[in-house]
Design a binder for this molecule. Structure first.
Ligand SMILES: C[S@@+](CC[C@H](N)C(=O)[O-])C[C@H]1O[C@@H](n2cnc3c(N)ncnc32)[C@H](O)[C@@H]1O
Length: 403
């Protein structure tokens, strides 16, 4: 059984596999680290808890060594499903980068390194290799894994790959790709009820000091203003009590990522909704999902460091952040339409040379990428451009009016 990171409904009353003794010890180590922070500073805002659970150096889910991606990990992402996704991205980049000499490709959040390997291979086959392939990755463990994947899969291209600690400051031209990264940014949880607007916190259970529990506090002025600004007229239609998430750091994050981009394209692929579908009255507890060994569930306070925690993306907020960062919104569409507009047919035709069994094995993941009930429509692609004359391919089915 494999699962992508966007289940229609996380399981309630779930039974999760038991971690082994080493994993448990690791988790207790991280939980102790988080507890120390709570003891020192008081209850943590949920986004701070999520940040520690995922990214505490050497301990967090993404920072430590457990296998996350693929069948033996916790979830599947599009690049892990074979080269089809990279084939389509390669097609899009071939069209848009044609006029830019000496272009660079910046991948944000490189995961296992499979996308970098497949994309470099696809671009080499199209004879449009970037001068440099930059990977901005916060996890030291994943950087190592990426290097290993690249040296196994495309050793002849690894010299072009460079890892970055921070977004490029100096001017550059080219393309930026972030697949399933925005959903992994720490999310703020907020609650609305008859008494006002609250921010969710995480603290230590007074009855069971080995466990965390949720708390809340009145939203600070800045958060209350952000909720008002983002949800605006939607607020009146939401029931009370109501809880949801927002990515409060989106603006500075996106501005920082793209500050040096002088001319080029930025593609963000993720699961999410336009705002009016994100904050639906019936979605009364938000979009937060946790993943552990291909089981999706809704309790972020357990299995610290062993499970992924993610929140869907408000694509309207992403579009606004792009606009404020001085980017042009160049396209917004579903993943299936993006793939259809970027030669997925050519990829499928290339499978004809394979044996029947190989073809069957290769077609199955493409269906997962494209079917509406799977990744085809829950995943969306947003493109920003700056100073680019060529329109990005794959955005003919334009959903920008829904933002
Ligand atoms: C869900 S994984 C997706 C990985 C890969 N893009 C894929 O599709 O398989 C999220 C990735 O983003 C990285 N990440 C999270 N926050 C980041 C940030 N602020 N800057 C760069 N990378 C980040 C994580 O370490 C991880 O590699």
């Amino acid at each position: 059984m494999t699962a992508d990171r966007s289940p229609a409904e996380p399981a309630a009353g779930h039974r999760l596999p038991e971690p082994d003794a080493d994993a448990l010890a690791h988790s207790q180590h991280l939980a102790a680290h988080i507890s120390e922070q709570i003891t020192a500073h008081g209850p943590l805002p949920f986004d701070r808890f999520m940040d520690l659970a995922l990214y505490a150096p050497g301990l967090g889910y993404y920072s430590a060594g457990a296998r996350k991606f693929g069948a033996s990990g916790d979830f599947i992402t599009a690049p892990e499903l074979g080269p089809a996704f990279a084939h389509a991205l390669g097609h899009c980049l071939q069209q848009t980068m044609a006029a830019i000499a000496d272009w660079h490709l910046l991948e944000v959040g490189g995961g296992s390194g499979v996308l970098a390997a497949d994309l470099l291979t696809a671009l080499a086959a199209r004879n449009v290799l970037p001068a440099r392939y930059l990977i901005l990755e916060v996890s030291a463990d994943l950087r190592q894994r990426q290097r290993q994947t690249l040296s196994e899969r495309c050793p002849e291209l690894i010299d072009r790959v460079h890892w970055l600690d921070a977004p490029p400051q100096q001017p550059w031209q080219g393309a930026l790709i972030a697949n399933e990264v925005v959903d992994a940014l720490p999310a703020t949880r907020f609650q609305l009820d008859e008494d006002g607007v609250f921010e969710e916190t995480v603290t230590i259970d007074p009855d069971r000091p080995d466990r965390f529990v949720r708390g809340r506090r009145p939203a600070a002025e800045g958060l209350a203003a952000m909720i008002q600004d983002r949800l605006g007229p939607l607020l009146a239609d939401l029931p009370r009590p109501y809880a949801s998430e927002l990515h409060g750091q989106l603006d500075p994050w996106l501005a920082g990522l793209t500050q040096g981009l002088q001319r080029g394209l930025a593609l963000f692929i993720d699961y999410g909704y336009p705002r009016s579908e994100y904050y639906l009255p019936e979605r009364r507890d938000g979009t937060l999902v946790c993943h552990y060994r291909h089981r999706a569930h809704d309790d972020p306070l357990i299995l610290s460091g062993l499970q992924d925690i993610t929140a869907f993306v408000d694509f309207t907020a992403l579009a606004e952040a792009g606009e404020r960062a001085g980017l042009d919104l160049a396209g917004y569409t579903s993943q299936v339409q993006f793939l259809l507009g970027n030669d997925i047919e050519g990829y499928l035709a290339s499978l004809d040379a394979l044996s029947f069994a190989q073809r069957l094995a290769a077609v199955h993941p493409v269906k997962a990428l494209m079917l509406p009930g799977q990744m085809g429509e829950r995943f969306q692609v947003m493109a920003f451009s700056r100073g680019l004359e060529t329109a990005a391919t794959g955005f003919d089915h334009d959903l920008r009016h829904r933002l």
